[in-house]
Design a binder for this molecule. Structure first.
Ligand code: UT7
Length: 332
């Protein structure tokens, strides 16, 4: 048996968004903006905002429970928790350990990784490698963020963009190649652009002080136009590269699911790949940019609406702070 190749099956997917809806009109009451500007520049109509006492791990646990239910797997069959987040409950320990405790799991290893909006693609690569090496059998991969906690609600250039949410996947070992869900993953990063989107203070570079608080450096800062250009270029390039190296074209793909940062970015990537709009999933209108969870929430919505079915092929592409990026071709 040991000589057989180990494949990875996506056993179940789940997602969670908080109940509170904040519309563009709601925002126009607290900052100088309008529904018209937000919709035309970003495609966002509304976003979900977590309750004050709801932490990132709470969002992650809700998504994890749905994923385990949909996978029809007992929670205690999970042997590793990986969480992609940039808004951990506290600086340390990891959000994953809070998730572990809340799920009532004991002793299994858990860790977080920080790649912002490329979290799904990086997480799949990690889970794939760890299962393929036969070290783990059932990995709970979660991407979740309470971005509202690091959003500057006085900065109209960023606060209209983000929302809170979480998505989870159970990735499990299988020896049956027919069940294999992961066709390929491609990752990349460029630290030279690390300042384009960043939370500047509170780390070792600028520890929290009265000055960092008064300068609002504990909130996200973003160079929107530069990021926009990079997002279109990089997501287009990495989608083309992963298709090319698998001798595939967009006609082999049933759905393209990109990170949901801006509808104009999604449209530009779609046009560059020459893929029809029906194959492109858009959730940004309802949820805004929810960081790494955006791709899982989109996948989950397509599964729930019966559009992703057995055999569907999905190309998912992420891009975010770092810069980091990644693409994965998945077979359901
Ligand atoms: O998830 C990580 C990756 N994130 C991204 O990839 C985000 C990429 N960037 C973007 O999506 C877009 O650059 C934004 C949506 C952030 C901004 O759109 P834009 O078309 O690039 O607008 P801009 O920043 O060039 O601003 C245009 C104008 C400015 O006014 P002036 O200088 O032309 O008079 C802004 O002050 O729009 C103004 N503006 C607003 N007006 C009303 C900026 N934010 C707002 C606002 N409401 N919320």
């Amino acid at each position: 048996m040991k000589n057989h190749k180990q494949f990875v099956k996506i056993l179940g997917v789940g997602s969670y968004v908080p109940g509170k809806i904040v519309t563009n009109d709601d925002l126009s009451k607290i900052i100088d903006t309008s529904d018209e500007w937000i919709q035309t520049r970003t495609g966002i109509r509304e976003r979900r905002i977590a309750a004050a006492d709801q932490t990132t791990s709470d969002l992650c646990v809700c998504a994890a429970r749905k994923a385990t239910e949909n996978a029809n797997i007992a929670v205690d069959a999970i042997d590793l928790i990986l969480t992609g987040t940039i808004t951990s409950d506290v600086m340390f320990p990891s959000t994953s350990v809070f998730v572990q405790a809340k799920l009532g799991l004991k002793n299994i290893p858990c860790f977080d990784y920080n790649v912002a909006c490329s979290g799904l693609q990086y997480g799949i690569e990690l889970a794939w490698s760890l299962i393929e090496s036969r070290r783990y059998k059932n990995i709970l991969l979660i991407c979740g963020d309470k971005l509202s906690a690091i959003t500057d609600w006085q900065d109209r250039s960023t606060c209209v963009l983000f929302g809170d949410g979480a998505g989870a996947m159970i990735l499990s070992a299988t020896e049956n190649e027919e069940e294999n869900s992961i066709v390929d993953v491609l990752l990349g990063a460029n630290g030279e652009h690390s300042e384009l989107i960043i939370l500047p203070a509170g780390g070792s570079r600028e520890p929290a002080s009265e000055k960092t608080v008064s300068e609002r450096k504990h909130f996200m800062k973003m160079s929107g136009r530069d990021l926009f250009r990079e997002a279109v270029k990089i997501m287009g390039n990495c989608a083309q590269e992963i298709l090319g190296r698998n001798n595939m074209s967009t006609s082999d793909i049933d759905f393209l699911i990109t990170h949901q940062a801006n509808l104009r970015i999604i449209d530009a990537v779609r046009e560059r790949l020459d893929i029809s709009p029906e194959k492109v999933c858009v959730t940004i209108d309802k949820y805004g940019n929810t960081s790494a969870s955006s791709c899982i929430i989109a996948i989950d919505s397509l599964i729930r609406s019966g559009k992703i079915i057995q055999g569907s092929k999905v190309l998912t592409v992420g891009f975010g702070a770092g810069l980091t990026w990644g693409a994965a071709i998945l077979k359901f």
